[in-house]
Design a protein around this ligand. Structure first.
Ligand SMILES: Cc1cc2nc3c(=O)[nH]c(=O)nc-3n(C[C@H](O)[C@H](O)[C@H](O)COP(=O)(O)OP(=O)(O)OC[C@H]3O[C@@H](n4cnc5c(N)ncnc54)[C@H](O)[C@@H]3O)c2cc1C
Length: 427
């Protein structure tokens, strides 16, 4: 039998991906009594890079050095895009507020104020992004300056190959070299995962052993690139210690999922949020909305152990798309899963995807999502706000294609900021 718990709050945030986490940070800064529900899944996939806008319009694949110029162009041509709704100055404010919180939480980021930076990915590709975790920042300079550099990977580590990165870049970066070493204490282990390595590097003994192993491989290189496994809680200190032990600059490269930088955001933001204001229930799904009026919402959430009855005056819906399950698709249409809000989508299923899978302009289904008003309230079938105090943020919103635009975290952060501010102004 499961227990029933009652929880009251001013604001319920549904979702624990980047949009839900950012909304929790902004709500905490405004002193709003908040409950957050969702799984950490969204963030465990995220690379930790904070993209703002790298490509626009996606139809012609135009890339931009200055993401703010890109946002101006987008705002002029796509008034329904979430960025056009937020506005350039508010987007900037949202990034500054989040970055300051992250820095206090021990997650420092670097930005070039008016330019995207290009970083290496674990697949060997180059990616334009805006906010770069400090641990990856020296990698961006190394990519442009091409100093003698050693890329290290580990026997048994899945989906990351230093040799592959070198193969892709050897023409433009002749002094780049790859080496595969045994991670200390894992000689007989068949498969290694980034999270497991990051947790073991929290221990000093393993760090010293790893540094000794890598040092033996250096042939005059001035920097060392490692997969992003330099701890979860003390990354800056671990990086500084590795640099001191190796005598060269060290940087991290994002790995595919499970991504340690995403896990760091999940863990460290959680530790920094004030528990008296923000109560977080992870591995928890809102199962159903029991009642919803303009005065408040009653919902049921379920964890493995208990059912939680939540009463909230307002809600920020940050449930994501199909992966997060904020949207789902049956044979005929795409639905919003909790409130059955109307979803803007192609008229028929045959139009969801373009015939060419690699179609440059993307597939119409990627732009499906919720319509909102100026206060980020989802609209009902009559085009009016569905509820006075229901707001939406993140990738659940229509008229954006964050994967192709390289705008994932940016849309999540900026719209969470706008939605929390709209709720706060109603108080
Ligand atoms: C593989 C991958 C790589 C990425 N890399 C980058 C990158 O390099 N740079 C970048 O800027 N962005 C990146 N992103 C994007 C970014 O991390 C976010 O996924 C994206 O911005 C959307 O965030 P979101 O919070 O809107 O949705 P999601 O991340 O999908 O989160 C949705 C959340 O809602 C919860 N939820 C849904 N329904 C319910 C319910 N009924 N009850 C409770 N909870 C519910 C889910 O459990 C989940 O926690 C990447 C994403 C992925 C998947």
């Amino acid at each position: 039998m499961t227990n029933l718990k009652q929880v009251d709050c001013d604001l319920l945030i549904i979702g624990a991906g980047m949009a839900g986490m950012a909304a929790a940070v902004f709500a905490a800064k405004r002193g709003i009594s908040t409950v957050q529900c969702g799984s950490s899944g969204g963030l465990l996939f995220a690379s930790g890079l904070l993209d703002l806008l790298g490509v626009f319009p996606v139809e012609n694949g135009r890339t931009w050095d200055n993401p703010w110029d890109a946002i101006d162009t987008l705002t002029a041509s796509s008034p329904d895009h979430p960025y056009a709704r937020v506005g350039r100055e508010t987007i900037r404010e949202s990034f500054l507020e989040l970055a300051a919180f992250m820095s206090d939480a021990g997650l420092p980021y670097r930005f070039q104020p008016h330019a995207n930076s290009t970083v290496l990915t674990g697949l060997g590709t180059c990616k334009p992004t805006y906010g770069v975790p400090l641990s990856m920042w020296p990698g961006a300079s190394a990519l442009s300056d091409t100093p003698p550099c050693l890329l290290v990977d580990f026997k048994g580590l899945k989906e990351y190959s230093a040799r592959q990165i070198v193969e892709i870049h050897k023409k433009s970066w002749p002094d780049l070299r790859a080496v595969r070493v045994t991670f200390p204490g894992t000689g007989k282990t068949a498969e290694l995962y980034p999270e497991q390595l990051a947790r073991s590097l929290e221990g000093e003994e393993i760090r010293v052993k790893l540094a000794k192993t890598i040092k033996k491989q250096l042939r005059g290189e001035t920097c060392v690139g490692l997969p992003a496994v330099l701890g979860i809680y003390q990354t800056s200190a671990i990086m500084a210690e590795m640099e001191a032990l190796l005598g060269v600059q060290v940087f991290e490269i994002a790995t595919p999922m499970v991504s340690v930088p995403g896990l760091r955001i999940h863990e460290k933001v959680q530790l920094k949020l004030p528990p008296d204001k923000i109560r977080q229930f992870f591995s928890t799904r809102i199962e159903r909305v029991e009642s919803s009026t303009d005065n408040g919402f009653r919902l049921h959430a379920r964890t493995m152990q208990e059912t939680i009855a939540i009463h909230a005056r307002g809600i920020i819906l940050a449930g994501g798309r199909f992966l997060g399950q904020g949207l789902s698709a049956d044979r005929f249409r795409i639905r919003e899963t909790l409130f059955d809000l109307p979803v803007t989508q192609p008229a028929k299923r045959d139009d969801w995807h373009s015939l060419d899978f690699f179609e440059r302009s993307g597939h119409p289904i990627n732009r499906a999502g919720l319509e909102i008003d100026r206060s980020f309230r989802p609209l009902d079938r009559g085009g009016e706000p569905a509820y006075d105090h229901l707001f939406a943020a993140g990738s659940i919103l229509a008229h954006q294609d964050w994967i192709r635009e390289k705008s994932g975290s940016g849309i999540a952060i900026a719209t969470a900021f706008a939605a929390v501010n709209a709720f706060f102004r109603q108080q």
